[in-house]
Design a protein around this ligand. Sequence first.
Ligand SMILES: [Zn+2]
Length: 205
Amino acid sequence: MSQPTQPAASAAAPDLRETDLFAFCRKGGSAAGDLAVRDLPRILAETAADAPASARDEVFHYTLTGFAHDEAAEPGAPATQRLYVDVTVTGQVWLDCQRCLGVYAEPIATDMRFEVVATEEAAEEASMEDDEVDVIVGSKKFSMLELMEDEVLLALPTAPKHVVCPTVHESLVTGADGEVEPEAPPEEEKRPSPFAALAGLKTKH
Ligand SMILES: [Zn+2]
């Protein structure tokens, strides 16, 4: 068996559970890789009970890109360094379709930019200044894993559905000539209703 070729692990690759997010952004760090669904308990909790066994072995692909931006609040004022991280996560989550109740794979593709600040107060201030950018409070042991799991959870539809359900409702079945068939075929009418059958049973006793 040939060894899979893997890029040499960079010394700068962050530990996704404990990243120094400030340093990552300041030095313009970047990382990419796979997240195993089995390491994401909250995604597992959302996964349909009837999902294929392989659902646990699936992965999300992620990219992280940190950068810093010097910004002067006012002309002539000393520049403030603002830190940002771009996060993308792609993959799929197995969900129950609300229309046909079958399981299906919902594609996930998130692409977010976060401003990284040091304190809750700074976060409030930053989101008041610019409500376009989502703000997170960074730390020296920041869990990028949890942030990415959050992003996948937020990307899940509130009403999960197949784009097109595999089983077509019988009222939509069309005849060979393309015309819609009558709702109840004539043969159906000859069958006794379940209530009539019940009534028959009762009189026999
Ligand atoms: Zn469906």
